[in-house]
Design a protein around this ligand. Structure first.
Ligand SMILES: [Zn+2]
Length: 174
């Protein structure tokens, strides 16, 4: 880019730093002509295409804003929402595409929100997936119940393994 002071097209990098938890790179540059210094910020181009066709840069704040209403009155903290937004961003970036639709962002939010709070998840899913009938809710709740049952299983089997572990003395051995 051109020097912001004299518009000379050449500059030399004097310092490079990772910024924003690795999401961007900050470079300190020195103009080869006027020797003044300026900073550039590099981020991978990662944008969201809205339903209206408008393209805007991905924003973690928008993810948080998007789930905030669903989390109303739920025991979900701002920190947890910040982590969720980061997970959603990492998940979407890991696909390697530079453009995602707002639907894909919503879809990426769902599994992380489900881990965080099932009620907030249900509220968000009802809007995002446009639940129209009670049956839609019933199906989703049934899926949540199945998942809860599935998750309970490996925990029990882990506990069993532990009691059979020879390094852990148990009362049954005595
Ligand atoms: Zn210059």
């Amino acid at each position: 880019m051109h020097c912001p002071f004299c518009h000379n097209p050449d500059s030399r990098v004097v310092d490079t730093r990772i910024a924003d938890d690795g999401a961007s790179i900050r470079r300190r540059r020195e103009c080869t002509a006027c020797k003044k210094r300026f900073t550039t910020l590099e981020t991978s181009s990662f944008q969201v295409v809205k339903r209206s066709g408008v393209v805007e840069p991905f924003s973690r704040n928008k993810v948080v804003a998007g789930v905030l209403r669903a989390c109303q009155g739920r025991p979900v903290t701002d920190d947890q929402l910040a982590v969720l937004a980061q997970q959603v961003e990492e998940q979407l970036r890991s696909t390697g595409v530079s453009n995602v639709s707002s639907e894909e962002v919503g879809k990426a939010i769902l599994p992380f929100l489900r881990e965080l709070d099932e009620i907030a998840y249900l509220r968000f899913a009802s809007v995002y997936r446009a639940f129209n009938t009670l049956e839609d809710f019933e199906t989703e709740i049934a899926t949540l119940r199945d998942r809860a049952r599935e998750q309970a299983k490996p925990k029990r089997s882990r506990a069993r393994t532990r009691t059979h572990d020879s390094t852990i003395p148990t009362l049954l051995d005595e």
